[in-house]
Design a protein around this ligand. Structure first.
Ligand code: KG4
Ligand code: ZN
Length: 334
């Protein structure tokens, strides 16, 4: 019998649905909520309302594009958390009602585990055990992955996430939200050695980005007091220097994790792994230190439902189903 999983993602500002049949992706639909950029960040109430409007058409499109009918679906996998509670409620409520109506099971998915399992949407898959650096707008973690469903967090951020570091420093430069992709684009024209921002000294495999944020703020305040056009005339160099510092903080810990665990199968995951500078520096160390490096294609790095469906598929095979009385979790550690 075929195993056909409908995956639903609604943890932040993207409404997404995907179909995976026997581990193969048949459709992957994402409705991106664009209007948050004018407010400089995601407005939770607006995000929930848009999920509420979009969830039915997005799921319909995923089913149609997959060329299946509702009766072919074996189970519904959905993001339980972490995320914005109002946004999660829409996906969780929809998944439960949809599954109840069809008489099929539901599977709850941890969004952070799903970012890691995005590596199993396409071949080649990483071999176990592997280390995964998950870098997104809300999370920064180093995870040891022993099997699809057995993961241990080795280190994480003590304050801001790497994506937040991009978005908040980008906001100081006057860039629209989310600033990460904009910084990436502008950094290509700039010199990363132009400005030097400090590297924090954090023990073990944990990360910190709040010091960098404050350093950039004070630096920009000082320079713009002398020259009001400072940001405008140095924008590319500022982006390149900030990007380089965020990425060197991340890579230093990743290299340390490889040394400490002896695992050289290495993966990047999450929205920030779309960053071309991070990809290049990871590639550099992969060659230098002999890592087998895995980076998903950009559509599978940012939030998507294919990663929820593939996680649902492995949980389905392991018989890990949820009860109808399940509720979302705004905080949900791996
Ligand atoms: O994984 P994701 O889509 O959502 C969360 O779960 O948070 O990650 C979104 C984050 C945002 O902070 C965004 O600025 C960042 O990923 N991002 C990037 C790039 N593309 C997305 N940061 C740096 N360079 C990029 N190319
Ligand atoms: Zn995410």
């Amino acid at each position: 019998m075929n195993t056909c999983i409908l995956g639903i993602e609604s943890s932040c500002d993207d409404t997404a649905a995907a179909i995976i049949k026997d581990g193969r992706l048949l459709s992957n639909i994402t409705h991106v909520q664009v209007d948050h950029s004018k407010y400089g960040g995601v407005v939770p109430e607006s995000a929930s309302r848009q999920h509420d409007r979009n969830i039915v058409p997005v799921v319909d499109e995923a089913i149609q594009q997959a060329g299946i009918s509702k009766s072919d679906i074996s189970a519904v996998a959905f993001t339980r958390g972490p995320g914005l509670i109002g946004s999660l409620l829409v996906g969780v409520g929809f998944a439960k009602a949809f599954a109840l109506a069809l008489g099929i099971p539901i599977i709850e998915v941890n969004h952070l585990q799903a970012h890691i399992l995005a590596h199993f949407i396409e071949e080649p898959h990483p071999g176990f055990p592997f280390l995964c650096l998950t870098v997104s707008g809300g999370h920064t973690q180093l995870v040891r992955v022993d099997s699809h469903l057995d993961m241990t967090v080795l280190g994480q951020t003590l304050d801001d996430a790497a994506g937040e570091a991009y978005d908040k420093t980008g906001k100081m430069l006057g860039l629209p939200y989310p600033a990460g992709p904009e910084i990436d684009r502008l950094a290509k024209e700039g010199n990363p050695e132009s400005f030097h921002f400090p590297e924090p000294r954090i023990k073990g495999l944990d990360f910190s980005f709040s010091g960098l944020k404050t350093a950039v703020l004070y630096f920009l305040n000082d320079r713009t007091a002398e020259n009001p056009d400072f940001i405008k005339t140095n924008l590319a160099d500022l982006c390149a220097s900030i990007q380089q510092r965020i990425n060197t903080i991340l890579i230093a810990k990743l290299r340390r994790a490889v040394r400490e665990t002896g695992i050289s199968e290495v993966a990047l995951a999450g929205g920030v792994s779309a960053n071309s500078g991070l990809r290049a520096i990871a590639q550099h160390y992969a060659e230098k230190d002999g890592w087998q490096l895995h980076i998903p294609h950009p559509p599978y790095t940012t939030d998507n439902a294919a990663m929820i469906a593939i996680t649902g598929y492995y949980k389905f095979l392991a018989g890990k189903f949820a009860d109808q009385n399940i509720t979302p979790l705004a905080r949900y550690p791996i």
